[in-house]
Write a protein of this length. Structure first.
Length: 269
């Protein structure tokens, strides 16, 4: 168990959040999942749920529709897990330190495996809306890396090889899911058709506005990382209709059963 104390109120935001998680939920489960847009209803499938608000856990609030802003501990398929309903995004005006605070707090609390989920636009033709994909790699167009700068929450080693960031062992447990390269764009507007053409030519299969900084921070903190994305819409220029956030959340809700099955498979291994 990491050395965190409720009495140590002068510690960093990450340390305070880890201490609150320990105080509220006790010892950490081996798995945690961050639920992206429209995926928070997965917590309705947890048995013996216990929840708290982000404020209770000393985490900044999330202000995006479809991100419930709660933390729920329970069991999924008989396996203990903590679910974070929503995240902080750079496009909300948050610093990268705030965007990865929850992930770093989970690592400091003692969670060993992190599953990051998101809703994304499909670029590759076979990735149709409703598909659940394994992320195998990313292209970071945000210009932001959580290991840059100076902070007590940085790991000692910042010049790390991320070629195996998205754990091959965990991805291999889900061979029926297609793999995809994730391009992170800063948002909050959806990408232009020209940007989508560029991304496709550069090797991106899907596009989103989150996950990458969290994945890097978690990997640097020695967590095993799996990223799963629901194709919620065809990307701009591929879709023949205007993109809306309501469409994103509606399609992702339809993929809950597939996400639940994937999580249970990973946790049972």
């Amino acid at each position: 168990m990491p050395d965190v104390s409720l009495e140590d109120t002068e510690n960093s935001p990450v340390q305070r959040s880890a201490a609150r998680l320990q105080a509220i939920f006790g010892d950490p489960p081996p798995f945690a999942v961050v639920l992206g847009s429209g995926l928070s209803p997965l917590t309705d499938r947890l048995t013996a749920p216990r929840s708290c608000s982000r404020a209770d856990a000393a985490l900044p609030p999330t202000g995006v529709h479809g991100h419930a802003g709660t933390l729920v501990r329970g069991e999924l398929g008989g396996h203990p897990i903590l679910a974070l309903c929503g995240r902080n995004h750079l496009y909300e005006g948050h610093s990268v330190a705030t965007a990865v605070q929850a992930v770093r707090a989970l690592a400091r609390w003692g969670v060993k495996t992190l599953v990051l989920t998101s809703a994304v636009g499909g670029i590759r033709p076979d990735l149709r809306p409703g598909t659940l994909a394994r992320i195998s790699d990313h292209i970071n167009f945000s210009g932001v890396n959580p290991l840059a700068g100076h902070s007590p929450d940085h790991p000692a080693e910042r010049f790390i090889d991320i070629s195996r960031l998205y754990a091959p062992r965990l991805r291999a447990l889900l061979p029926d899911l297609p793999e995809a390269v994730y391009a992170m764009m800063p948002g909050p507007t959806y990408e232009s058709p020209a940007e989508i053409r560029m991304l496709g030519r550069m090797g991106a299969d899907v596009v989103g506005m989150s996950m990458v900084q969290e994945a890097i921070a978690a990997y640097a903190a020695k967590m095993e990382v799996l990223s799963l994305s629901v194709i919620s819409n065809l990307a701009a220029g591929i879709s023949t209709t205007p993109l809306t956030h309501e469409e994103v959340t509606e399609v992702t809700r339809g993929a809950l059963a597939r996400l639940e099955a994937a999580l249970c498979t990973v946790m049972a291994a």
